[in-house]
Write a protein that binds this ligand. Structure first.
Ligand code: ADP
Length: 465
């Protein structure tokens, strides 16, 4: 209202001025009234033209608002320009904030490890994240607004979509065939659907491994238990002669030893899996440990093999003694068990000059292993020759334990073998977990099993922190 009055007054003043000027000009020619009327009309027309021009400029700005400010000025049009611009800029700010929120929301969905796809009411792809694109083998841009069942043609998925019962997820192989997908469909809004996909290949593999493991353990325990049960039954019904008794008891002892070894190895594995990594700053002197490993090997071999031991003395390793002993003892025990009598066994510990890594190496001249078995040797219960392994007291878990110990220390297990010629197993420990002794003028210590078990001591310096 307060904008209308000044406008009316301005118009009145302009028309009055026009008439005055017209009257003055008209008086000169002797027609003052006509001059006043003409002047008033001219003033009104000029005011209307200026008004129309300002309205036109504002309309032009409103039709295509740019970043430039709205046409301003005084009066009604200036005020309208200012107000329109404020409303427009407010709307633009809100739209920008909405766009940013949507972008954040979409990037959060994009970060999801699972696939997310939105379908419209006609089951056409409205949007999907890159995981879903990967799972279903589609292109998020190119395949937008394509019917999902035209692109994902797995029969299980197509049936699932047709039946419309989405209570349970559907499982099918991904179109590219590298993975198994579990897909859950959730209807929402007006007939739209959210499709959530998950790659379950790894969890299925873990489940299968767990099932295999339980089946293997049960099988390993059942066999000696069956033998023991047979003996117990025999003892209960048939009285043994004094000559038979020791043989039967020895056979029973062998079976209980078998179960005992299996349970021990299972417990070792469980402990390796369930406990934190050994601290990197708790140092263990290696010489007594290596002496024990060598002595254990000699007892196991019972003089059937020449056991050569070459040890770089005075080293320390950041490891847990029981774990490292278990790994080393397993390698030595394997070498002895898979090497016929007379075959030579070489045990060596050294710190590599080149990079400071520690190497525990066991070489044998035993039966060796065919190349195709090598990648699977460290799997639990994997045996090249099951009966030889069992006959020599093997559980099939030894190398799995060695690999676990190596991994926990950040090291590796290297295996070289040739059938009929022998094998070399090398446990490599990283330099950060190995300290070598600095003994001036001394060579690595070489010894054979015939040597005394005494171990030379030496000053220890930190080779690698
Ligand atoms: P096991 O208790 O059966 O010895 P391991 O896990 O220690 O189990 O070894 C797995 C398999 O690897 C063994 O069954 C054996 O066939 C093979 N193997 C391991 N060490 C040697 C070796 N030094 N020489 C030949 N074969 C070996």
């Amino acid at each position: 209202m307060n904008l209308v009055l000044p406008r009316v007054l301005t118009a009145v003043v302009l028309i009055a001025l026009g008439s005055l000027v017209g009257w003055i000009v008209g008086s000169v020619g002797g027609w003052p009234v006509a001059g006043a009327v003409g002047g008033a009309i001219a003033a009104a027309v000029t005011a209307a033209a200026v008004d129309a021009r300002r309205a036109h400029r504002l309309m032009a700005w409103l039709r295509e608002p740019s970043d430039l400010p709205a046409p301003r000025g005084t009066g009604l049009w200036g005020e309208m320009g200012y107000r329109f611009e404020r409303v427009l800029r407010g709307g633009q700010r809100r739209a920008q904030a909405e766009r940013e929120r949507l972008a954040e929301f979409l990037s959060a969905i994009e970060a999801s490890p699972n696939g997310v796809m939105m379908l419209d009411a006609h089951e056409r792809i409205a949007w999907c994240n890159s995981q879903a694109a990967d799972h279903f083998g589609i292109d998020p841009e190119r395949d937008r607004l394509q019917r999902v069942t035209n692109l994902v043609r797995a029969p299980a998925f197509v049936n699932h979509m047709q039946q419309g019962d989405f209570a349970e997820p559907v499982v099918f192989p991904s179109p590219r065939g590298q993975a198994n997908l579990s897909v859950l469909v959730r209807p929402y809004g007006g007939g739209m659907k959210l499709v959530l996909s998950q790659d379950i290949t790894a969890s299925e593999r873990t489940d299968a491994m767990r099932r295999d493991f339980v089946a293997n353990v049960s099988h390993e325990i059942r066999t000696p238990l069956t033998v023991l049960a047979g003996f117990v039954e025999t003892l209960a019904t048939v009285p043994l002669t004094t000559a038979e008794q020791p043989r039967v008891l020895e056979l029973m002892r062998q079976q209980t030893d078998r179960i005992q070894s299996l349970v021990d190895d299972l417990l070792t594995l469980a402990q390796l899996e369930g406990s934190p990594r050994p601290p990197a700053d708790r140092w263990l002197a290696l010489d007594p440990l290596l002496a024990r490993v060598r002595a254990d090997g000699s007892v196991l071999s019972a003089g059937r093999h020449p056991v050569e031991c070459r040890v770089q003395a005075g080293c320390q390793v950041a490891a847990v003694e029981t774990e490292l002993h278990s790994a080393m003892a397993n390698l030595v025990s394997n070498a002895i068990r898979y090497t016929p009598a007379g075959g030579r066994i070489d045990i060596e510990w050294r710190v590599r000059e080149s990079d400071g890594c520690g190497e525990f190496e066991v070489r044998d001249q035993g039966i060796g292993i065919a190349r195709e078995h090598l990648p699977r040797l460290t799997e639990r219960f994997y045996r090249v020759d099951g009966s030889r392994s069992r006959d020599t007291g093997g559980t099939g878990l030894g190398l799995a334990i060695v690999k676990h110990v190596a991994q926990r220390l950040g090291g590796t297990l290297e295996i070289q073998s040739e059938p009929g010629k022998g094998s070399c197993f090398r446990l490599v420990l990283p330099a950060a977990r190995v300290r070598a002794a600095l003994v001036e003028g001394s060579d690595p210590v070489a010894s054979t099993e015939q040597e005394a078990a005494g171990v030379p001591s030496a000053a220890v310096s930190e080779r690698a922190a």
